[in-house]
Design a protein around this ligand. Structure first.
Ligand code: HDD
Length: 730
């Protein structure tokens, strides 16, 4: 339980780096201080406005009241047009090995430097106050404050994108956002306009497979991969270029929740991911990712049967392995959400020498959009001066003035070249770190068109589907059935089933069955409205270039890391008379392995254990829910067990945890609580280690025997095979 003093002392984490130091002069703390106006005048009465007599009208003269209300009236700024809902954290990046053969970027060559970072995770479609658990892409934006200026890697948790040309971005976003007449639905793609657009844009098929997979409902921001999506360029000191794709690999593995669970969490705790990130960092369980790169020499550009400039394609890891080059650790929460997380401004165009762009038409369009959007969102051209956006190196140029200018530039000269000011600030030679663009050879006609090498829309969608485990495939089928089931226009549903039939007939048939439709017999080509007015549809007919790789291990979450229970949340269901030994021994083992235990009881306060010791309660059945936990344990104790067996909320808690395929454990004395659940009769009669690992339900005679098996089960994350008999009640 938190005491008032603990709440005041919140910023217990003291991680320091050059960026945090640079924020210090702008950070204030009112503890023990006098109240003043914005202009420094000490305030005597902040409770009453100035009025003509104690029952009279408020006087215009009351500048203190006017200042307070005016500031309040102007407190809000426009939310981000996409990625409005997000959470941020500070951290550091440390390199493992210098990458000098491929890039001259300083922070990728010095293993001694800890580069400060600020990361913002987000959903895409929902508003600022929407639920964290929407089925959606997650943004994964990292600002590296390097010694050569800021490098922003503005990625997502999926390695491909919906569209191939930035020209279509406003259309995509209009289609997915709530419909414009009634502003419904919030933070959901399950509606007509989104699927209408997708059903006539075959290039989005690969991305849609990812969006309908469990990647779209992560267990935690800390358990997601990140991708730079586009192919970028690395440039070395000799000026040689290599193509590069960026990856973030979470050390806790990639894990998801169940869709039914996601929908429940949205009601029980819409801040679930935000809270999870915040609590993990506050408790010292710092989230970690390795930065990975796939590097392709320029000469191999056409080796993989895909166009590296096409953002709807991956390079399978079987073809180009991901080299892990360093580690990012998030070790400090922001002090102020608005000042840091809301005002941080990412831009794909923020690069450093050694990193450059390619002609990916989506990337090229992004290079315009990010700065442009900050002008309206943050109110003018000086957003780079907001403390969170400032680089840790000095800034000198001839940009001047504009709303909210902070920098006080000395001198008369604000132009170059100049003679009056010694021609300062000076341009920097390439050899001294001046940025030069890669000298790519261009010899082309100026055209509006799409390269034929971009027209294979289905092969990698199929690769993704074939790489999934059985439960993952079922989740994809369910997700399509749910989303299209919410679409009212039958023609849209039918077109989508037609598209799916070009990915896999079985997938299309399973979705069509749920929708009460038939799969079209022959679908030569999908409807494609994404062609110019004078375009010949045959020129846009999708091609099929099935790649060498038919199944890629890295695409399935089943193959992820499952070796730890670090930071997993485990619910202990207890009541008065709980067996102290059974509770404490399992708790100690879990806490020692880095897990988090919450004691949940019929009411708040304390329960009295069998040995008369008081046990503080973290949550009651009223405030807790199984969807907020990774696993459940029921300790023994005659009275406690009798209370829980008769407590409908406790039985529901267990049933729901079973439905969502979570690890469940009970002391042998508590078996009768399990007997009250619907799933008990489905369990093998004698629990052996093998059956435990198949079902994820552990029963043992004491804590010592139970803890290791239970922890092994928690580390598995979920027992998806339990879903086989579908429609399990909760
Ligand atoms: Fe974008 C925000 C990621 C395509 C235009 N984008 C934004 C954010 C992320 C991404 C993570 C949130 C940054 C933050 O936390 O502040 N966007 C992507 C990825 C894309 C992508 C991985 C494809 C590979 N975006 C994309 C295109 C355009 C934009 C094609 C426009 C041409 N994105 C924006 C934006 C946003 C943005 C309108 C809204 C808020 C902001 O920039 O700062 O400019």
């Amino acid at each position: 339980m938190m005491k008032e003093k603990d709440i005041l002392d919140k910023s217990s984490v003291t991680a320091e780096n050059d960026k945090i130091k640079s924020l210090a002069p702008h950070t204030t703390d009112a503890t023990g201080k006098m109240m003043t106006t914005d202009h420094g005048l000490a305030i005597n009465d902040d409770q009453n406005s100035l009025r003509a007599g104690d029952r009279g009208a408020t006087l215009l003269e009351d500048f203190i009241f006017r200042e307070k209300l005016t500031h309040f009236d102007h407190e809000r700024i426009p939310e981000r047009v996409v990625h409005a809902r997000g959470s941020g954290a500070h951290g550091v990046f440390k390199l493992y090995e210098p990458l000098e053969s491929v890039t001259k970027a300083g922070f990728l060559n010095d293993t001694e430097i800890e580069t400060p970072v600020f990361v913002r995770f987000s959903t895409v479609a929902g508003s600022k106050g929407s639920t964290d658990l929407a089925r959606d892409v997650r943004g994964f934006a990292v600002k590296f404050y390097t010694q050569e200026g800021n490098f922003d890697l503005v990625g997502n948790n999926m390695p491909v994108f919906f569209i191939q040309d930035a020209m279509k971005f406003p259309d995509l976003v209009h289609a997915v956002k709530p419909e414009p007449d009634n502003e419904i639905p919030q933070a959901a793609s399950a509606h007509d306009t989104f699927w209408d657009f997708i059903s006539v844009m075959p290039e989005s098929t690969h991305m849609i497979m990812w969006l309908m997979s469990d990647r779209a409902i992560p267990r935690s921001y800390r358990m997601m991969e990140g991708f730079g999506v586009h192919t970028f360029r690395f440039i070395n000191v000799k000026g040689e270029a290599h193509f590069v794709k960026f990856h973030w690999k979470p050390l806790l593995g990639v894990h998801a929740v169940a869709w039914d669970e996601a929908q429940n969490i949205s009601g029980k705790d819409p801040d679930f991911h935000r809270r999870d990130l915040w609590e993990a960092i506050e408790s010292g369980a710092f989230p970690e990712w390795e930065l990975g790169v796939q590097i392709v020499p320029e000469k191999d550009e056409f080796k993989f049967g895909i166009d590296l400039l096409d953002p709807t394609k991956i390079i399978p890891e079987e073809q180009v392995p991901v080299q892990r080059i360093g580690k990012m650790t998030l070790n400090r929460n922001p002090d102020n959400f608005f000042a840091e997380t809301e005002q941080v401004a990412f831009h794909v165009g923020n690069v450093v020498p050694g990193i450059d762009f390619t002609n990916d038409p989506l990337l090229q369009g992004r290079l315009f959009s990010y700065t442009d959007t900050q002008l309206i969102r943050l109110g003018g051209p000086n957003f780079h001066e907001i403390p969170i956006n400032r680089p840790i190196v000095a800034v000198h140029n001839n940009q001047r003035d504009g709303f909210m200018r902070q920098t006080i530039n000395r001198g008369k000269v604000s132009y170059g070249p100049n003679a009056l000011g010694n021609n300062d600030p000076k341009q920097v030679k390439e050899a001294d770190g001046g940025f030069t663009s890669y000298e790519e050879r261009i010899d082309a006609k100026k055209v509006r068109s799409r390269s034929k090498s971009f027209l294979d829309h289905f092969s990698q969608a199929r690769l993704f589907f074939y790489s999934q485990s059985e439960p993952e495939k079922n989740h994809i089928i369910d997700a399509f059935s749910f989303e299209l089931g919410k679409v009212k226009t039958v023609a849209v549903r039918e077109r989508m089933v037609g598209i799916l039939s070009l990915v896999d007939k079985g997938l299309a048939a399973a979705v069509a069955f749920q929708l009460g439709l038939k799969v079209p017999e022959v679908l030569e080509k999908p409807v494609n409205r994404s062609i110019p007015a004078d375009g010949n549809p045959d020129d846009y007919k999708p091609i099929q270039v099935d790649g060498e790789v038919k199944k890629s291990l890295a695409l399935s979450m089943e193959n992820t890391v499952k070796d730890s229970i670090k930071s997993r949340k485990i619910a202990f269901l207890v009541a008065d008379g709980v067996d102290a030994e059974s509770l404490l021994s399992v708790k100690e083992s879990i806490v020692a392995a880095g897990g988090v235990v919450h004691i949940i009881a019929p009411k708040q306060g304390m329960v009295v254990a069998s040995d008369d010791t008081p046990v503080p309660v973290d949550e009651s059945f009223l405030t807790a829910a199984s969807v907020l936990y990774d696993a459940v344990y029921v300790p023994g104790g005659t009275n406690s067990v009798a209370t829980l067996e008769a407590e409908a909320n406790a039985v529901h808690f267990l049933n729901e945890a079973f439905k969502h395929c979570k690890a469940i454990a009970a002391d042998e004395q508590a078996l009768q609580v399990l007997e009250a659940t619907y799933f008990f009769k489905k369990l093998p009669e004698d629990f052996s280690e093998e059956s435990v690992l198949a079902e994820g339900v552990v029963v043992a005679e004491d804590g010592a025997a139970l803890a290791p098996l239970f922890m092994q089960a928690i580390a598995q994350h979920r027992f998806w095979n339990r879903e086989k008999p579908r429609l399990i009640p909760a």
